[in-house]
Write a new protein. Structure first.
Length: 70
């Protein structure tokens, strides 16, 4: 359904392989994997980057789609 809606609106839809991307564990700042429990709602990376886990996941997916993920 989403694909049809995107085509009607003249948008391009890109599907991501989230199991390989691991966006909920990958840092949007340095691209390293940081293991977190699901109960942890803040993503804290060893590089000093700290952000909401949901926002971090969104940034990782955006960077991947734009080709700027390290």
């Amino acid at each position: 359904m989403v694909l049809v809606k995107a085509e009607v609106a003249a948008y391009e839809l890109e599907e991501l392989e989230t199991r390989k991307l691991m966006q909920s564990q990958r840092s949007a700042s340095c691209s390293d994997i940081v293991k977190n429990d699901l109960s942890e709602r803040i993503h804290n990376c060893h590089c000093g980057f700290s952000i909401s886990r949901d926002v971090n996941s969104s940034l990782v997916m955006l960077k991947f789609a734009l080709g700027s993920l390290k």
